[in-house]
Design a protein around this ligand. Structure first.
Ligand code: G16
Length: 544
């Protein structure tokens, strides 16, 4: 790193001093916190993204300004690697270090040491690193994006490209496409989704059900807006009414959106008794999560969460794979400890390989990629289907030898279309919604019929505010707490009191809380188990 580069970093980092006593951790999906404190963090992640781009040259990296499901006053950053997936976990410790560097000098020293270790050449001329920036609709997004731009361009040879307001999965999709040398604009994204959606609709053998209206809760965020754009410009015949677009004064994620609906299991604002029985869906703030629901009565809903979406997808994919001659593929599904026990039983009953990963799509994605077709979903609605490149090539090759219109030909065509429809980079509420819609039409199922695949075990989730959530340390699968000492024995004591009782605690990686999950054979028992475990958390860790 030459003197000019050092001077440039020192100068730009002076503009963004680290707020006093700010301690950040990369967390489940990148840095998050109160937006007013994040300028220095975003600027520094801008530098990191440039270094990543230079390291993996020639490649484009994505940097998304979003705090997803968190409240509107928060913001954060997600980084997309050239594959479109999350930033490699190997770089997270460096991200933590630079985000917490207390002075420009310390920051530069850390960068210098890192680029030497990683053998990244800066400013050698020729190599241009590129970072694509996107943001959600949060009011703080624009100024944070400017800080990211300064960070990116303070590394010699690197440029920032502002892609404007996007959903997180759109940016991941675009980064993946760009690095594969494909067309990578937002309209290419819409085009790819709508073309494969129409292809799947055309492949429905017999229309068993008239398509009915879907009502979408856009969480007052970017997803509703983008869904409307897709409907207006590409899928005019799809009957979707979008509510909670944010245009009518609603607040992002406040009593709306996938996180709210999935955790509270009540109707979001803007929905009510007039919607009883209607098929509804919710996105989260940056549209990487999707859940379905229908209003049963009053403010009560029947929730079809990520587990149920996973089950629907698994059933459909399995049906297509079974139609192919010969054993061509390994299909697997990935869940987390939050998966409802009934869903896991159902998936195992289908004869599927079910594996578990830690919370966080980065962990699930990695495991799903080990299969030819790997489906992963978190119960909160974040998930997708990964097709290995070799399997897609095999399908495309096979298609040429089959007679058009045969069952096998149609099954192969459906699988290829699904691989184009469903976002291969990351969980994507828009593409997930389109796939759910087409599968329901294919099966001839209403949302109620879909819900009957299995009955969820009653569950309860509680957030507990504590002085220091990092005092909770869990096993790698997050099902047992190793610290504070003694808490797991106390939790086990509570679990024993309930039929089909199951509970665990873990520190959130996106909010300053400890999460409690409880499951039991009745709702009353699940509530009671959840409350008593929350009490244990408070008594071991104190109240926040
Ligand atoms: C992020 C991650 C998800 C994770 C969620 C909650 O979602 O991408 O994988 O499930 O945070 O994580 P935690 O329980 O650690 O707070 P999002 O939609 O908020 O970006």
């Amino acid at each position: 790193m030459d003197e000019t580069q050092i001077a440039s970093l020192l100068k730009s980092s002076d503009i963004f001093p680290l707020p006093q006593s700010l301690k950040l951790s990369y967390g489940t999906a990148g840095f998050r916190g109160d937006a007013s404190l994040l300028d220095s963090t975003v600027y520094r992640v801008g530098i990191l993204s440039s270094l990543r781009s230079l390291k993996l040259k020639p490649s484009t990296i994505g940097l998304m300004i979003t705090a997803s499901h968190n409240r509107v006053s928060d913001n954060g950053i997600k980084v997309a690697d050239p594959s479109g997936g999350m930033l490699s976990q190997e770089w997270e410790p460096f991200a933590d270090q630079i985000a917490n560097a207390s002075s420009p000098q310390e920051l530069v020293a850390l960068i210098r040491e890192f680029i030497e270790r990683e053998e990244i050449s800066i400013g050698g001329g020729g190599d241009v690193g590129e970072v694509w920036l996107g943001r959600d609709t949060r009011p703080s997004g624009e100024s944070l994006l400017r800080a990211a731009e300064i960070g990116v361009s303070s590394v010699s040879g690197c440029v920032a490209v502002d892609k404007g307001v996007l959903t997180t999965p759109q940016l991941h999709w675009m980064v993946r496409a760009k690095n594969k040398g494909l067309n990578a604009t937002e309209s290419d994204y819409f085009e790819s989704l709508s073309t494969s959606f129409k292809c799947l609709i055309d492949l429905i053998p017999v229309k068993k059900l008239e398509s009915s209206k879907l009502v979408l809760d856009g969480a007052n965020g970017v997803g509703g807006e983008k869904m409307e754009e897709l409907l207006r410009g590409y899928l005019r015949n799809l009957d979707v009414e979008v509510r909670n677009t944010g245009r009518d004064g609603g607040v992002l994620n406040e009593s709306v959106g996938a996180d709210f609906v999935q955790k509270e299991k009540v109707v979001p604002l803007g929905f009510g008794v007039n919607d009883v029985g209607v098929r509804c869906a919710s996105f989260d703030g940056d549209a990487d999560r999707l859940v379905y629901f229908y209003v049963s009565s009053g403010d009560k809903i029947e929730l079809l969460d990520g587990d149920k979406i996973l089950s629907l997808f698994a059933l459909f994919i399995k049906e297509q794979l079974n139609t192919l001659e010969g054993k061509l593929s390994r299909l697997g599904v990935v869940q987390t400890a939050y998966a409802n026990g009934a869903s896991t039983d159902y998936l195992k009953g289908l004869g599927l390989d079910v594996v578990f990963a830690k919370t966080g799509v980065k962990h699930l994605h990695e495991k799903a990629a080990e299969f030819d077709v790997g489906i992963y979903f978190e119960a909160n609605g974040h998930g997708t289907i990964l097709f290995s490149e070799s399997f897609v090539s095999l399908l495309v090759g096979k298609q040429k030898d089959l007679s058009e219109g045969s069952d096998e030909y149609n099954a192969v065509s459906r699988l290829v279309a699904v691989s184009n429809l469903i976002n291969q980079a990351v969980g994507d509420a828009i593409s997930g919604l389109l796939l759910v819609e087409v599968i329901l039409q294919h099966m001839g199922w209403s949302v109620q019929k879909w819900n009957e695949l299995y009955k969820d075990l009653p569950s309860r989730q509680v957030k507990v505010e504590v002085p220091d959530r990092t005092a909770v340390v869990t096993t790698s699968e997050e099902t047992e707490a190793l610290k504070p000492l003694g808490i797991q024995d106390a939790i086990n004591g509570e679990i024993k009191k309930y039929k089909r009782g199951r509970a665990f605690i873990r520190p959130s990686g996106t909010e300053d809380v400890v999460r409690v999950y409880a499951e039991a054979s009745t709702q009353e028992d699940a509530d009671s188990l959840g409350d008593s475990v929350a009490q244990l958390v408070k008594s071991f860790l104190g109240s926040g």
